[in-house]
Write a new protein. Structure first.
Length: 286
């Protein structure tokens, strides 16, 4: 599919502090080329003291919209006139665009990225939507819990080193979502249909994620949002005992889809070429 947009160059960007490490320009640059769109996707470093004014005045920046990364997702959400349901729930937006009337709109696409990755890599994964186990209780965990609730999971159990953070998420999502301290994992792992790691454990340079998977049902899907390394210790351990696994790089790619569509008017495809491009880049910089 090729779409040509000729009405002047559309500009979008990733914004944050810092932004140098962002893979978003690689992803959006690939799609701009692939679909023959006369647009650009830049990196804009926004210092914390400038963030409120930057997002509040996005209409004067010449950008059609932007991605927002750490630490500005909350500031960006506060600047928006309209937020999608996920951004409202998160109190944080990672994708902004100006609509035809000039209103600043914000979305949080992390949850949709998580779902898009599993839908693509493990079709039918949510046919079994009984019990989900989420490890960690940061921003990514909150987005994933929201996503799992949207797919009608019956029970979502969050385990976190700091119990209070798990409790805050559980309180927000109601009676389906339960908070636990890490040491209670053994009590629940035997009924999991899905196990997802959202902590930074297992990432290159961080401590390993050490779990006893002996009681995990063989039918459970195991996924990790860590993608450096791509095959984390958790995924290796799960695959070795016969569980289906999905790595985390697809979440990074799928969360970018809605922004590209809003800015450039084409819903882009997450395909093998894009995945290869990003994996090669990650390999080179590791
Ligand atoms: P993000 O917003 O990307 O999810 P985050 O807010 O920094 O990132 O969350 C990281 C998660 O990894 C948290 O759940 C954190 O646990 P705490 O809430 O107790 O800090 C978890 N995490 C990081 N290092 C950990 C460690 N050494 N042991 C256990 N959990 C860890």
């Amino acid at each position: 599919m090729t779409a040509k947009i000729r009405a002047g160059k559309i500009r979008a960007a990733v914004t944050g502090w810092p932004v140098a490490h962002s893979r978003s320009p690689l992803v959006h640059g690939h799609w701009l080329k692939r679909y023959g769109i006369d647009g650009s996707y830049e990196k804009i470093a926004v210092a914390p003291e400038d963030a409120e004014a930057f997002y509040g005045n996005l209409a004067t920046s010449g950008l059609k919209g932007c991605n927002v990364t750490i630490p500005h997702k909350e500031t960006a959400a506060a600047a928006c006139d309209v937020l999608d349901e996920a951004a409202q729930k998160m109190g944080a937006a990672n994708t902004l665009w100006l609509d035809e009337t000039g209103r600043l709109c914000g979305a949080n696409t992390d949850g949709a990225g998580f779902l898009g990755n599993l839908d693509q890599m493990a079709p039918g994964w949510d046919d079994r939507h009984g019990c989900a186990i989420v490890l960690g209780a940061g921003g990514a965990a909150r987005a994933i819990v929201w996503a799992l609730c949207s797919r009608k999971f019956t029970e979502v159990h969050i385990f976190n080193r700091t119990f209070e953070k798990a409790r805050q998420i559980a309180d927000q999502f109601g009676s389906i979502v339960h908070a636990h301290s890490w040491d209670k994992l053994g009590t629940y792992i035997g009924k999991a249909d899905l196990l997802v790691n959202t902590t930074s454990l297992g990432m290159t340079g961080k401590a390993p994620l050490e779990l006893d998977l002996a009681d995990l049902p063989k039918e459970a899907l195991v996924t990790d949002i860590v993608y450096v390394p791509l095959m984390t210790g958790l995924l290796k351990q799960a695959a070795a005992r016969g569980n289906r696994t999905v790595d985390g790089v697809g979440m990074l790619l799928h969360q970018a889809v809605p922004g590209f569509e809003k800015w450039f008017g084409v819903r882009p495809e997450v395909d093998d070429d894009l995945r290869r491009l990003v994996l090669d880049d990650l390999e080179q910089s590791s």
